[in-house]
Design a protein around this ligand. Structure first.
Ligand code: GDP
Ligand code: ZN
Length: 356
């Protein structure tokens, strides 16, 4: 198999060089199910597990392979291998794990572009704050960002124009495309480049599955197994998967990517709200919280109507959420540290007892 078609490039190759002398080969993870990973390699598909040394080195769940990762593999038989190491991820798309803990869960890696999908039928599925949240999340990944305003076929020309204007303000720097997954309108403007990896996210009901089906057409490249179809013959994903589109572009679909919990850092909010960041450069205090300090350029812009109250509220909310996430992570780390010392104290006590 031609690895370039699966996204292999010179910088990955450079990072792989150290493994070449160890008789390892490069492969990309296209599927994962219960710690069994399917990889494409130049010789075909391999079914792999990670090595003992890999387990030993892994500090946490995010060190384990995910769909999209490139790995250094020891081929064990014609169709089996052992993953010895991961080649450093060039981009990484993560969310916060479900439940009470604030851990990072990597959903997909080495994606080149990410599409944020919203439905614009009369504004029902599209809110500016919703887009701002997804945009902040996407900024953390390092991938190129597209906003797909879907269901354009249901919109009047005024509605279309308004949606585009709102999206341009809420996601400055992203490419905004009006599309219809049903009529196919506008989808041709969504760049599909051979060997480049695309992912897509957005709220439910906006048409993500319909878009995937439109992009995939009926000629989905088979990567050695049959894709699943639901009753209406549509492709559905039950596990994480990377596949080739008819265009030669690659598509990562993981169920967790479809809806997301915020993950990232305060700096991602800053970068998603460039307009506010550049206003903040004019604040008197460099650590201004823009919540009432004297000489605050952000408050001034709000008063003078140069900054939208709604956008500012959305910004503050996302900043607070990121701060909360950080606090929880710090608490978790502190708790883990305390547990560790408790264990050590216990061992010491046992040891003393035995010596008495
Ligand atoms: P998902 O939850 O984001 O995957 O959304 P689906 O792909 O399941 O679509 C939700 C509903 O919207 C379905 O009834 C689709 O037929 C409909 N839909 C999706 N895209 C379009 C579109 O471009 N135009 C119209 N009119 N309906 C669409
Ligand atoms: Zn300020």
């Amino acid at each position: 198999m031609n690895l370039e078609a699966w996204g292999w490039n010179s910088s990955l190759k450079e990072n792989f060089n150290i493994y070449e002398s160890q008789d390892l080969i490069p492969g990309r993870i296209v599927r994962e199910s219960r710690h069994i990973y399917t990889l494409v390699t130049s010789g075909g598909e391999l079914s792999c597990e990670v090595s003992g040394a890999f387990h030993y080195r892994a500090a946490g769940p995010s060190d384990y392979p995910v769909t999209g990762d490139w790995a250094a593999v020891r081929q064990a038989s014609e169709d089996q291998g052992i993953i010895e190491a991961l080649i450093p991820r060039q981009t990484e798309f993560s969310r916060q794990t479900a439940g009470n803990r604030s851990d990072k869960q990597v959903l997909a890696s080495n994606i080149d572009s990410i599409a944020l999908v919203f439905g614009v039928n009369g504004g029902r599925n599209f809110t500016e704050s919703g887009l701002e949240r997804y945009y902040t999340l996407a900024r953390h990944s390092g991938a190129e960002i597209f906003v797909l305003l879907n269901k354009a076929d249901l919109c009047s020309s005024e509605e279309r124009q308004r949606a585009v204007e709102q999206a341009e303000k809420s996601a400055p720097g992203a490419e905004i495309l009006l599309v219809s997954a049903i009529t196919g309108e506008g989808l041709e403007n969504f760049p599909q480049k051979e060997g480049k990896t695309i992912a897509l996210t957005g709220p439910s009901g906006v048409g993500k599955s319909t878009i995937i089906n439109a992009l995939a057409g009926n000629e989905l490249q088979k990567t050695g197994h049959q894709r699943e179809h639901d009753k209406r013959g549509r492709h559905t994903t039950t596990s994480r998967e990377l596949f080739q589109l008819p265009s030669g572009a690659l598509f990562i679909d993981t169920p967790g990517l479809r809806e997301l919990q915020l993950w990232g850092e305060e700096s991602d909010v800053e970068s998603a709200f460039e307009d506010i960041r550049s206003l903040a450069a004019g604040c008197r205090f460099s650590d201004c919280s823009h919540e009432g300090e004297p000489g605050c350029a952000v408050q001034k812009a709000l008063e003078e109507g140069d900054l939208d109250e709604r956008r500012y509220t959305s910004y503050s909310k996302l900043k607070k959420e990121m701060r909360f996430l950080k606090t929880r992570q710090d608490e978790q780390a502190a708790r883990a540290e305390r547990e560790k010392w408790k264990d050590i104290a216990k061992i010491q006590k046992e040891y003393k007892k035995q010596r008495q």
